[in-house]
Each structure stands twice: as structure tokens, then as C-alpha cells.
Design a protein around this ligand. Structure first.
Ligand code: FAD
Length: 222
């Protein structure tokens, strides 16, 4: 959007702004990435079991811009929408003798955050290195087993409604140093850091979700 008034602070981004109305099933938040004092990327995201209609997303992002951010007169310069698979299902990374998948299709998406860029970069570096050395360029699973296990627990806790998503994320952002939390979302934290973050989540619902995970039926991602 481009606004009439200088409403954006170029030194600050808004990540996971939970002032959006919360859906009955799932959670929602806004993002603001300023490009200048009059221009920013404004994003509305919903973690939901089903996608909304195009009109549903459009009115949600407008409501966020008008009622939460109070941007005033603003021109929409460009729009885009997309869907991120937030799942702990294994994704096939080889689908033919010489056909390999990377990126969102190849399991690079961090299940509980939707972040993918860091995983894609790890996969492409590994593929380039394998090609240089004349090896089979199979892309790796770009997130550690520990990250994936923690994400599976969080997804289950959110999906079962046992934890309040906005409250949990706000608590993490309030209590965990920002740098550490951002590295965690990228899957670059050490074991002691993961444990310290885990301790800041509601213990009972997370433990219950962890215990039931091995018994849940699995189906391949399609
Ligand atoms: C609104 C939104 C915001 C996001 N923000 C972030 C973020 O801040 N940080 C982050 O890390 N990630 C973010 N993501 C996740 C994002 O999806 C990935 O980071 C990135 O786009 C993944 O790139 P990709 O190349 O793997 O997949 P895509 O960008 O989805 O590209 C796949 C391409 O393949 C094409 N395609 C699909 N099937 C076929 C076919 N059979 N034949 C030919 N072409 C085909 C598609 O049309 C598409 O162009 C965001 C996603 C969305 C939707």
C-alpha cells in the first residue's frame, strides 16, 4: 500500500501482530514490512484448516489496514495471496529417477511457522555442493529432527485447541530474547536454547500433545 500520510517507521517491522480479530478455528495475525514512510507490504495471515475465499482474505487485510493500523487514505499498489502447507507430514524429495524437489514442495517449510526461505537456502547449498563433487544431488531435509518434533507438538497443541495460539506466541515474543526466537523460527538454535524456549510454553497442554503424537494416524501429504 502507499499512504497519503507518513505512517510507517522504516526501522521497524511488525511480525505476528495479533490485534486482528481471531477466527473461531485457528489463529490470525498481521505483518507490516515498511519500504518507506509512505509505503509498506501489509499482510494478513490465518492458520486455518481450510482456505478462506478470495473476498474473505481481501476484507480481512482491509480491516487490518483500516481498523488496526489506521492507515487513513491508502492506495493498493499490488496484491498477492498464497497458501503454505503447515504440516508435519513427510514430503517426498525424489519423485523420479532424476527428479528432485526442493522448497515448499520438498519439505523446506518449517511446519509450525511456515518459514521456508532458510530451508530452501540450505537445500540449494547442499545440491550445489553435491553437483560440484559429482555426487547425486539429493536435497536434504533442511530442518533437524528436533525442530520437526517440536513443531509437530506445537501444531498438535494448536490444532486440538489446547493452547491459545496468540497468547502462546505473544508470551514467547515477550519472554524469549528476539534474536534467539528468530533463530529458533529459522531452525538455527542449540539444544539448550530450544529447551529454554520450550519452558516458556504451557507445559501441560504441550506435554499432552507430545505424548499422544506417536499414536495419531498418519497419511502422506497430497
Ligand atoms: C503470503 C506468504 C508469505 C510468506 N512469507 C514467508 C516469509 O516471510 N518467510 C519465509 O521463509 N517463507 C514465507 N512464505 C513461505 C513461502 O511459500 C516460501 O518461502 C517460498 O515462496 C517457497 O518457495 P518455493 O519456490 O519452494 O515455492 P513457490 O514460491 O510456491 O514456487 C513454486 C512454483 O512452482 C509452480 N508450480 C507448481 N506446480 C507446478 C507444476 N506441476 N509444474 C510447473 N510449475 C509448478 C507454482 O506455480 C509456483 O510458481 C510465505 C508464503 C506466503 C504464501
Amino acid at each position: 500500500v502507499r499512504t497519503d500520510r507518513p505512517v510507517f517507521d522504516v526501522r521497524a517491522v511488525e511480525l505476528m501482530d495479533f490485534r486482528t480479530p481471531q477466527p473461531a478455528d485457528g489463529l490470525s495475525f498481521g505483518y507490516v514490512l515498511p519500504l518507506g514512510s509512505h509505503e509498506a507490504l501489509v499482510e494478513y495471515t490465518e492458520f486455518s484448516p481450510r482456505t478462506l475465499t478470495a473476498d474473505g482474505y481481501e476484507s480481512a487485510v482491509r480491516q487490518y489496514a483500516d481498523e488496526v493500523l489506521r492507515l487513513g487514505e491508502a492506495r493498493i499498489v499490488a496484491t498477492e495471496t498464497g497458501v503454505i502447507p503447515m504440516t508435519d507430514a513427510p514430503m517426498p524429495r525424489q519423485v523420479g529417477a532424476s527428479v528432485f524437489r526442493i522448497g515448499a514442495a520438498g519439505g523446506a517449510t518449517r511446519p509450525a511457522s511456515g518459514y521456508t526461505f532458510a530451508g530452501v537456502q540450505r537445500q540449494t547449498r547442499a545440491v550445489a555442493s553435491a553437483l560440484r563433487q559429482g555426487r547425486r544431488p539429493a536435497p536434504p531435509v533442511p530442518h533437524s529432527a528436533r525442530s520437526r518434533a517440536m513443531d509437530a507438538v506445537l501444531l498438535r497443541a494448536l490444532d486440538s485447541g489446547r493452547v491459545d495460539g496468540p497468547a502462546l506466541f505473544c508470551r514467547l515474543f515477550a519472554r524469549v530474547p528476539t534474536g534467539r526466537l528468530l533463530r529458533f523460527l529459522d531452525g538455527r538454535t542449540r539444544l539448550y536454547e530450544d529447551l529454554s524456549i520450550g519452558l516458556r510454553t504451557p507445559a501441560g497442554p504441550m506435554l499432552r500433545s507430545a505424548v499422544e503424537l506417536p499414536w495419531l494416524p498418519r497419511r502422506p501429504f497430497d
